[in-house]
Design a binder for this molecule. Sequence first.
Ligand code: BDR
Ligand code: CA
Length: 308
Amino acid sequence: KKPVIIDCDPGHDDAIALLLAISSEELEVKAVTTVGGNQTSEKTLNNAMRILSFAGVEGIPVAPGASQPLVRELQIAPEVHGESGLEGPYLPEPTFKPYGKGAIELMEEIIMTSKDKIVLVPTGPLTNIATLLLTVPNVKDRIERISLMGGSAVGGNWTPAAEFNILVDPEAADVVFKSGIPITMSGLDVTHKAQVYDEEIESIRLQGGKVSVMVAELLDFFAKFHKEMGFEGSPLHDPCAVAWLIKPDIFTTKHLHVAIETKGEFTTGATVVDYRGVTGKIPNTEVIYDVDREAFIKLLMDSLKKYH
Ligand code: BDR
Ligand code: CA
């Protein structure tokens, strides 16, 4: 099993990404760390623990990370994820306590003591990951890859140029993309193709099992915002970053150089993808462009059945 650490800001799609990773036979989730993003850091920590508790998952440490981006004020997304960050289903309070140390210390402990190199899976703003790389630079050689959800080659969702996770902390994203660690970027190019439709939400509900029903309720809430935005379904952003590690063959990628705009007048937070190689810079990122959507939904549905 490939050892992974999930750094997230749950968040409806983060919650589904967590459930997909934990139930997969290919991945071993060594830790979950949380960051302020979709909601405040207090809420995203509580949400990660509520999801694990609800699913009956024990023994995976959950540690709190940054409550503010490296240099900017936190922006949150209650219009997408609601006041709690996980509106929709009834999710009782967690049955366990957070890990006794913070996200950076937990990541360092796991990365430095693991037999195999670790894959990091960030599905929120990159504040924790950048802080780790800046404060403990010797972890770099022990990280196999970063499979992240963020950015886009073409167009943003929070500004015309920027996707939410990168926009919230562009300075952190800049550190990560310059780190030299291989990156896989599940940006909006692929996540907007990884939509789940109403009839599939019904199929998830009808699978039965309390986790599938809870996920269907998460998706009911998530769909409201996306319908208002004119989407036919809801893009399952964060699960793409996990699914690529489980079934890379259902995705199409291009190996390209990606830089982060931190000083733009209109484009702060943009992931500048050198599609034609005009900079001559060595590619640092597998940019995912496409997915076999039906295979992706099937993977997700099968993974939820494992909680029955
Ligand atoms: C990203 O922003 C958040 O709202 C989602 O959880 C996802 O990580 C999509 O832009
Ligand atoms: Ca997220």
